[in-house]
Write a protein that binds this ligand. Structure first.
Ligand code: F6R
Length: 608
């Protein structure tokens, strides 16, 4: 996730900015940069790669002078990781510099408009339009200009802005992306999170949405977009650095679970315009889409589980046969894949060796590959024919949560988009799907707000030896992920079964007290899963059900039920996965496991 730091005071800014950026390294980044006002002009240094590169380039900041500056660590979204795409971004005449966290959704439109007026862009980023717009609209008052520019921006942003003409101020703004102001003695800071400035000050103001701050060495003025002054109480941060890195949470996994509403929002919102799904990333014509006779999905681990959900979704919506393969198996099974097969490759890291090789195998056989990837510029992203990025931000915990959720969101976008092109969904269903999709972040927030009830269930169920997850249809697809989450971080043996399969063998494992987590969200099969619950209960199982809150019948059969809000059938995994992630997290926490780094596992599996 990108990081922002800014300084204004009487000390040399560059070493302080580099120090602040170092504290933000944990967030994940692929390039870094700083910009200072040296009294005459704006000077900037940026470098792809680790902060070490920037430090060497600037001799630890000693080659740049100036007592006001902004710095940034970038996690690539728009434009690959490179020196040029790194922040800060300058306006054409180098009069204004901007660092930005978030996504500007309408940047293409603004860029086209400014390009027509002869403005030259250097980078591929969405951020550069902000710097260019400020210069274009500037009429002598920077605050007025920034307010005007903001009214044109759609999306999310935390911004730090400095100008050549005024070495005595930093402008800071926030909408949807966090930004704080650190208060010092004759010096002040801005930062995207407190870790960046914790060694300098613990006194902060938190900017709220649509607030703008003018920060000078000895004053801070915060106002709303009508320039009405806003009074804030100073907050004193008591966290230590390691707690601050995790946003005050104990583990990255928990932080990432809590970030899911935003991650899904960021992934879907830029791709829905006026109620229509716009997937410019897919370069295929309608005719090419229609010509595919099969969809082939390749992935590993949780990404494979997304693929299993996708099989149910695509077959229902697109009426095309779908095969989902574990990438490690696909490579060696002489698959029947050709130019009539559309291949979809799913990977958070974009570097998983088996997935990458499976993708190449599909390409060798003539298949067109669309990848769904989180890391911009990664091998799978660059080598696939089309790439749709998930905007989950860096995922640090080994066990995936927000990447899984955003991959699902992309699957849904693709289903709606392709269903429309193939003529397999009518306009009524289309609108309903888009509407429900947009409601997912809010519904997930509601589930997260109820996390204590899941913690309570975990406290009664963390000593199990074996746990079984059962479900039917799309609930079965989700049970695979629920089971993996639990076993990988808590080391409890768990299995996922298609509920109808139990009686073909597995039910012999059920004994007095065995925990069975029954996913019963799929309305059409509710009666069937209730029968399966009764079967295991008759053999002594302790059942936790997961069901939609408009279906109370489940409470009559399961000992405990976790309710989720209803939505369209195909979107249910996005909601039902949340309690499963939380359950796994709380169980592992109660068992004292190393949650962010489970034994024997690595975040990115780049070897076969
Ligand atoms: C489990 C998990 C893994 C990954 C798998 C694929 O929580 O994170 O199962 O899903 O290793 O990794 P990517 O998505 O990077 O290809």
């Amino acid at each position: 996730m990108c990081g922002i730091v800014g300084y204004i005071g009487y000390e040399q800014a560059a070493p302080l900015l580099l120090n602040g950026l170092e504290k933000l390294e944990y967030r994940g980044y692929d390039s870094a940069g700083i910009c200072l006002n040296n009294g005459e002009k704006l000077i900037v240094e940026k470098a792809k790669g680790k902060l070490e590169v920037l430090k060497k380039l600037t001799e630890n900041g000693t080659t740049l002078s100036g007592t006001v500056g902004i710095g940034h660590t970038r996690w690539a979204t728009h434009g690959e990781p490179s020196d040029i795409n790194a922040h800060p971004h300058l306006s054409e005449s180098r009069r204004f510099a901007v660092v930005h966290n978030g996504i500007i959704e309408n940047y293409i439109q603004i860029k086209e408009e400014l390009s027509k007026r002869g403005i030259q862009f250097l980078s591929k980023t969405d951020t550069e339009v902000i710097a260019q717009l400020i210069e274009y609209d500037y009429q002598g008052n920077l605050v007025d200009t920034v307010i005007k520019v903001l009214s044109r921006l759609e999306g999310s942003y935390a911004l730090g802005i400095i100008s050549k003409d005024n070495p005595d101020e930093i402008i800071a703004v926030r909408k949807e992306s966090p930004l704080i102001i650190g208060l010092g003695e004759n010096e002040n800071y801005i930062a995207s999170d407190v870790t960046a400035i914790l060694t300098k000050t613990r006194k902060i103001y938190r900017l709220e949405n649509n607030e703008i701050a003018v920060i000078k060495r000895d004053s801070i003025d915060i106002m709303d977009m009508d320039k009405k002054a806003i009074h804030k109480d100073v907050e004193t941060v008591s966290w230590d650095i390691s707690a601050a890195e995790k946003g005050g949470y104990k583990h990255f996994m928990f932080k990432e679970i809590m970030e899911q509403p935003k991650a899904i929002h960021d992934t879907i919102t830029p791709r829905i315009k006026d109620g229509r799904v716009v997937l410019n990333e897919i370069q295929l014509t309608d005719e090419q889409l229609k010509a595919f006779n099969k969809i082939n999905i390749l992935a590993c681990g949780s990404a494979y589980h997304v693929g299993v959900v996708a099989k149910y979704v695509f077959e229902k919506v697109l009426r095309k046969p779908v095969e989902v393969d574990l990438a490690s198996e696909f490579r060696y099974r002489d698959p029947i894949v050709d130019e009539k097969t559309l291949t979809i490759v799913i990977s958070q890291s974009g570097e998983t060796a088996d997935t990458k090789e499976a993708m190449k195998e599909a390409q060798r056989r003539g298949s067109h590959v669309i990848s769904i990837v989180n890391v911009v510029g990664s091998a799978i992203a660059t080598e696939s024919d089309d790439v749709i990025y998930t905007w989950a931000g860096p995922e640090i915990a080994v066990a995936t949560t927000k990447a899984y959720s955003t991959q699902l969101a992309v699957i849904y976008l693709m289903a709606i988009y392709m269903g429309d092109k193939l003529g397999t969904i009518n306009s009524e269903a289309y609108s309903q799907y888009v509407d429900e999709l947009q409601q997912l972040p809010e519904k997930i927030t509601a589930i997260l707000n109820n996390k204590e009830s899941i913690q309570n269930l975990a406290s009664k169920n963390f000593n199990n030896r074996d746990v079984f997850f059962i479900g039917r249809n799309i609930d079965y697809a989700l049970s695979l992920e629920g089971s993996l989450k639990l076993k990988e971080i808590s080391y409890i043996h768990s299995e996922a079964y298609a509920a109808g399969e139990l009686k073909h063998g597995t039910i012999s494992l059920i004994e007095q007290g065995t925990l069975v987590i029954a996913l019963a969200t799929h309305e059409a099969l509710l009666g069937k899963i209730i029968s399966n619950i009764q079967e295991v209960q008759a053999r002594g199982a302790n059942v936790i059900g997961v069901a939609c809150d408009n279906r109370s019948e489940i409470s009559e059969v399961a000992q405990n039920v976790i309710f989720i809000p209803p939505t369209c059938d195909m979107f249910l995994p996005s909601l039902a996965v949340i309690p499963l992630q939380l359950f796994a997290y709380y169980v592992a926490s109660l068992k004292g496991c190393d949650i962010d780094k489970p034994r024997n596992l690595a975040k990115s599996v780049t070897v076969e």
